[in-house]
Design a protein around this ligand. Structure first.
Ligand SMILES: *[C@@H]1O[C@H](CO)[C@@H](O)[C@H](O)[C@H]1NC(C)=O
Ligand SMILES: *[C@@H]1O[C@H](CO)[C@@H](O)[C@H](O)[C@H]1NC(C)=O
Length: 319
């Protein structure tokens, strides 16, 4: 009897658990700011996998975003891909959520680099274009709202934790400031009407008439870094963009944690908010609640970009 080659066995067992946090260094599309591209592709990949983007916080790293969240374990379980972009801002690792470029569809900035990663991944792994998602905390939450505003055609839904509304960090006279910290916005001094916020987001992609992503907004009521004022401003923005009322249709106490209040907006529940009583800027990611809204655990008839949008009566037909 021929004994199996131990080296071949070793190679097989290695292949059987090859999934790892991996940096992509080959060109992957326009990336004018040199955002770094890290990816987790589970061994048991779904046939047309969904994609989740998880940008880190200020003074954070993509590797920490990988280690300190349950996304890779959930990707192993449900077969989706996770992209962990890394900020190019050496000074503070905050995202570019302020430049004219990043706030414009295909305009450049960090947002375009991240979207290039999504496009590359969709192509390489035959991903499901209608199931691309983004979630993040703090600067990652700010980037989440930037991506939802500037790339409504790319993202089906997003979840922002302790972030700010799209465009809130842009300096008044924005002349290409890529890593600008807006004290005015962070301390809660930027107030617009719902229509003004909506116009700001719509101006990111002039002429776009298609679907708008689902949105979850999470924030602690005693956030000491990003004023809780931004929670209410974000509600105005995303309900206006989706053409729904900013009065909730449903309020649920103690969800998903004691003291957190969930509010649901619009007949389809397109926008959800979670106000976390007594929670600081150190708000904890809620992977299961995000998973539920994005339906990342779904295998058939899943929520997808464009399906059931309150703006359109013809579900499943993107325009
Ligand atoms: C881009 O970033 C990588 C690290 O992610 C670095 O090695 C490389 O030198 C940078 N390239 C440029 C042009 O700055
Ligand atoms: C997906 O996860 C959510 C949240 O945990 C749960 O409510 C839902 O029933 C799950 N769906 C499926 C198809 O397992």
């Amino acid at each position: 009897m021929k004994l199996p080659n131990p080296l071949a066995l070793l190679a097989l067992s290695f292949l059987a658990s090859a999934a790892a946090f991996t940096q992509i260094t080959t060109p992957f599309g326009p990336n004018p700011r040199n955002v770094s591209f890290n990816i987790y592709v589970p061994d048991a990949l779904a046939a047309h996998p969904a994609i989740l983007v998880y940008p880190h916080w200020c003074h954070g790293l993509a590797s920490q975003a990988f280690t300190w969240s349950r996304w890779s374990a959930l990707a192993d379980e449900h077969g989706f891909i996770v992209i962990y972009p890394g900020s190019p801002n050496a000074a503070d690792q905050c995202w570019d959520v302020s430049s004219k470029e990043t706030l414009t569809h295909n305009g450049g900035g960090d947002s375009l680099g991240i979207v290039s990663m999504v496009r590359w991944t969709l192509d390489k792994y035959k991903g499901d274009k209608s199931r691309v998602f983004v979630a993040g905390i703090s600067s990652g939450g700010m980037m989440t709202q930037v991506l939802l505003g500037a790339y409504p055609d790319v993202f089906a839904a997003g979840a922002s934790f302790a972030g700010v509304p799209f465009g809130c960090f842009a300096p008044a006279n924005n002349a290409g400031q890529y890593d600008y910290w807006s004290n005015e916005c962070a301390t809660g001094q930027v107030t617009h009407t719902a229509k003004q916020w909506g116009d700001l987001a719509r101006a990111a992609y002039p002429g776009y008439r298609g679907w708008r992503p689902k949105v979850q907004i999470y924030q602690g009521t005693v956030d000491e870094v990003v004023s809780y004022h931004n929670f209410g401003e974000a509600v105005k923005l995303w309900t206006n963009v989706n053409g729904i009322s900013d009065t909730p249709v449903r309020v649920v106490q103690d969800t998903p944690l004691p003291g957190w209040t969930k509010s649901v907006y619009g007949p389809s529940g397109w926008v959800e908010t979670y106000s976390a009583a007594g929670v600081t800027h150190d708000i904890k990611l809620q992977e299961d609640t995000i998973l539920g809204m994005f339906q990342l655990n779904c295998t058939r008839n899943c929520f997808a970009w464009g399906k059931g949008s309150p703006q359109r009566a013809d579900p499943g037909k993107p325009c």
